[in-house]
Every structure is written in structure tokens, then in C-alpha cells.
Write a protein that binds this ligand. Structure first.
Ligand code: GDP
Ligand code: IMO
Ligand code: MG
Length: 428
């Protein structure tokens, strides 16, 4: 069986958690392959809202195995508090959760380096979530990181101390002192807890499951425009957020990739710094933020809002080989008389293009918009695709025509149930 992959096509927070939870019952395994506690994936059902940071979004289905893959950077402290929160809600995740021994560990000093390096950047800061993501991936690539499998080694504390000393020097380089407070003690308690869980060679687990015909869904974190290679560098995260990341982050050979779900909002948002060509600085942007409750699931920061951006969506679709699209949060646009769609960029040279220039710096790009009539119908009340208003169907058809990939799921509210599926022709 091939591995299906669900990927965010914008700057994250597209609604990946919701759709993974919706699709999960048709899978045997759900696996995270990159990122870490910078992610905040929201699931809503039976009147309750859950936000997951490192635990895959299939966790609420007890028969599904959930894997934290080798490409993830795992913070044991955040992890333990997520497990406790689940426990308090009656979910014992310890039986159906598996953690790769090759996943990298975020230690408390990684978070401190994240903060001091952001402070040093001043106005040019990335707007990191300050969860230690960048510094942990730096240590991974620098070949000095600690991995989950190391926590059972007798000399784990020594290895930890060695890394800590490096970090102490780095913090001093930034003119500050490393002060861990109570975090070190909490970290080692969390590591003791992690040791009691199922630590596995997840690459074998996944490849054997594939051979046995089990269905696997890989859950992306962040979004394609935050990818370390193809995103709006340097305002990106430190991992490969694209489909390719699932190959290295789980140990899946490229020829075993099946369906690629590309998920996007009916508009656009971004948290943190960096270019955003269709950003709205006016009342319309504020109205979208309020209607969409666009405040970060991880940091609570207000999300920047703007109209949907087709050049960047085409780029993400191209890089990921998307086979079907899922459009989220269409209900948020109910109140607008006119919906704008950016089809092209006008560059400083006067050239009009639907390709992404080397730098997406807002000062050099003017979005070219097409105006479409709004639908003015509360989509949240709609229960089947047939009931969708004509103006909304026009919006869908317009997007499909430009993007050349069918939209198979339309989400019209945060709840599991507010999900409409459309019949689509299979893309080969
Ligand atoms: P993720 O990081 O991609 O999983 O997305 P987040 O959970 O960070 O952000 C998506 C937000 O939109 C969450 O608050 C969801 O509950 C909410 N949401 C998801 N789908 C819909 C939808 O179709 N309509 C509305 N109004 N909210 C949605
Ligand atoms: P999910 O999985 C939205 C953004 C941060 C910052 C940049 C780098 O919920 O979609 P980092 O902490 O990774 O070094 O921050 O990336 N960012 C996200 N934005 N959703 C996310 O995850 C994000 N994870 C990181 O705001 O701009
Ligand atoms: Mg999120």
C-alpha cells in the first residue's frame, strides 16, 4: 500500500489537524514526519476543541497507530503535557502512540538559543514560535544533536551535558548567560516519562505496515511556503515541509507515495514575519481575522490575513505533486459582497507573471486581482454539496480551472461534521 500525504499549501494553519482527523478512520496509521511543537493542529468534535502540537491528529481513534517519525524534533516537556491533557480528557494515548528512536530531542537550552538569536536579529527577526525548532535542526544537521533513542543509553546525561556546554558558549556569544531555571529538572522528569513509552524503529514499522497492506497517512506540519528550501527564505521554518520531507522524515521511498492532499484556506494567513503579497492591512483584513478567529493555535498571536494567492498555490501544488485539494474555512467569507482572488503578480519591472520571483518582498510585488461575487449564505448551515450556492460554486470552479487540480473536500466549519466531500475524477 502507498503512503498518502497531507500537506499545507500556504503558510501553515490551513486546517490540517481537522482534515487528518476526518480522514483518519480510513487509515491504519497516522504519522508526523517533520516539525515539532511549533505546530498547533486543532480538532473539534462533540463540542470539544483539542489542540495538538507533536502528537499526530489520528490519536482520538484508538484503533489507529500514531507515529512520531524520525524527521520530527520532539520536546519531551511539551510532549508529556500533551499526553497529560489527553489523559484528563479520557484518552490514553500510551498504547497507540509510537515514537521514532531517531527523532531529535529539543532540550531546554535550544529554546533559549531560539530566543537570544531572535533578539539579536532585532527588526529582522523570523517571528519564530520560540519552541527551539531552528536550533534543534541546526544541531541535527551539525551532527551533534541528541535523539530519542539516546535516552536509554547509560551515558545520556554526559551527552546531554556536552551539548549543554556548546549551548552555553553560544548563548554567551550573544552576550547573555544561560539560565535554565527549573527547566532542566522538568526536562529529565519528562525524559523518564518518555522512556516508558513505545520507542520504535519507525522506518521498519512503516515499511512493514505498507507490505502488509495497511493504509498510512502522513500528516504535514507548517506549510509549503514555510519550507526551508522553497519557502519565503529566510522567513521559513527549519524543516522540509513538502511531500519530500515525508520520505526522509519517515523512511518512505518516493515510489511509495500515493495520494497527495493539498490543503488551503479560501483566503490566506500568516503568523510571524516575512513577505505576504496579498496581505490586507485594512478593515477587510481585520474582518477576516475576526470571522475566522485567526489567532495562533501555538502562540496566540494574531494571524496576518489576506486574499487567496493563486501564484503561490500553483507553486506549492507543483512542488508537492498534489492530487486533490481540500479548501478550508470558506464559511469565513460569508459576509463579503466581493471576494478577490490574486491570479498574477505585477513585478517592479512591470512584468505580470504567475510565477514566484526569487524574492517575494511585498514592496516589489503588486497582486493582480479578479473580483468574484460573494455568496452571502452561511455555509456552516449547509449539509451537502448539492445545497452549495451558485456563487460559491463559481468560486470553486474558478480556482479549479486555474489550479488544474480538483477540490475534493470543502470545509465549512471547525467541527468534524462541517465537512463536504465532492466527487472528483482521479488525477493520475
Ligand atoms: P493546522 O495547523 O493546519 O492544523 O490549523 P490550525 O488548527 O492552526 O488552524 C485552523 C483553525 O481553523 C482552527 O481553529 C480550526 O478549528 C479552524 N477551522 C478548521 N476548518 C475550519 C472551517 O472550515 N471553518 C472555520 N470557520 N474554521 C475552521
Ligand atoms: P502548523 O503546523 C503557522 C512560523 C512561525 C515563524 C516561522 C518560523 O500549526 O501549521 P519556527 O518556530 O518554526 O522557527 O518559526 O514559521 N510557523 C508556523 N506558522 N503554523 C505553523 O504550524 C507554524 N510553525 C512555524 O510563526 O514565522
Ligand atoms: Mg496550526
Amino acid at each position: 500500500m502507498a503512503v498518502d500525504i497531507l500537506i499545507g499549501l500556504q503558510w501553515g494553519d490551513e486546517g490540517k489537524g481537522k482534515i487528518v482527523d476526518v480522514l483518519a478512520p480510513t487509515y491504519d496509521i497516522v504519522a508526523r514526519f517533520q516539525g515539532g511543537p511549533n505546530a498547533g493542529h486543532t480538532l473539534e468534535f462533540e463540542g470539544t476543541k483539542h489542540v495538538l502540537h507533536q502528537i499526530p491528529s489520528g490519536i482520538f481513534h484508538p484503533h489507529i497507530k500514531n507515529i512520531i517519525g524520525n524527521g520530527v524534533v520532539l520536546d519531551p516537556i511539551v510532549f508529556r503535557s500533551e499526553m497529560v491533557k489527553l489523559q484528563e480528557r479520557g484518552v490514553d494515548a500510551s498504547q497507540n502512540l509510537f515514537v521514532s528512536k531517531k527523532a531529535q530531542l529539543i532540550i531546554p537550552s535550544h529554546r533559549i538559543i531560539d530566543r537570544v538569536s531572535e533578539e539579536a536579529l532585532g527588526k529582522e527577526k523570523i517571528g519564530s514560535t520560540l519552541k527551539g525548532i531552528g536550533p534543534t535542526y541546526q544541531d541535527k544537521i551539525g551532527r551533534v544533536g541528541l535523539r530519542v533513542g539516546d535516552i536509554v543509553a547509560p551515558d545520556f546525561k554526559d551527552r546531554y551535558n556536552k551539548l549543554l556546554e556548546r549551548h552555553r558558549k553560544m548563548v554567551e556569544f550573544y552576550g547573555q548567560q544561560l539560565d535554565l531555571g527549573d527547566q532542566e529538572a522538568i526536562f529529565f522528569e519528562a525524559v523518564d516519562y518518555l522512556r516508558t513509552l513505545k520507542l520504535v524503529d519507525s522506518e521498519y514499522m512503516i515499511n512493514e505496515a505498507m507490505k502488509n497492506g495497511e493504509r498510512i497517512l502522513a500528516e504535514g506540519a507548517q506549510g509549503s511556503l514555510l519550507d526551508v528550501d522553497f519557502g519565503t527564505y529566510p522567513f521559513v521554518t527549519s524543516s522540509t515541509t513538502l511531500v519530500a520531507g515525508a520520505c526522509t522524515g519517515l523512511g518512505v521511498a518516493p515510489r511509495h507515495i500515493g495520494e497527495v492532499y493539498g490543503i488551503f484556506k479560501a483566503y490566506c494567513t500568516r503568523v510571524g514575519s516575512g513577505p505576504f503579497p496579498t496581505e490586507l492591512h485594512d478593515q477587510v483584513g481585520e474582518d477576516i481575522r475576526q470571522a475566522g478567529r485567526e489567532f495562533g493555535s501555538t502562540t496566540g498571536r494574531p494571524r496576518r490575513c489576506g486574499w487567496v494567492d493563486l501564484p503561490s498555490l500553483k507553486y506549492s501544488i507543483m512542488l508537492n505533486g498534489v492530487t486533490q485539494l481540500n479548501m478550508m474555512k470558506a464559511d469565513v467569507l460569508t459576509e463579503f459582497d466581493t471576494i478577490q482572488v490574486c491570479t498574477h503578480y505585477k513585478l517592479a519591472s512591470g512584468e505580470v507573471t504567475d510565477k514566484l520571483p526569487h524574492s517575494l518582498d511585498g514592496e516589489h510585488i503588486e497582486p493582480v486581482y479578479v473580483d468574484l461575487p460573494g455568496w452571502k449564505v452561511d455555509l456552516n448551515l449547509i449539509e451537502s454539496v448539492e445545497e452549495l450556492p451558485e456563487a460559491f460554486m463559481n468560486y470553486i470552479r474558478f480556482l479549479e480551472e486555474h489550479l488544474q487540480v480538483p477540490i475534493s473536500i470543502v470545509s465549512v466549519g471547525p467541527d468534524r461534521k462541517s465537512t463536504l466531500r465532492r466527487e472528483i475524477e482521479k488525477v493520475v
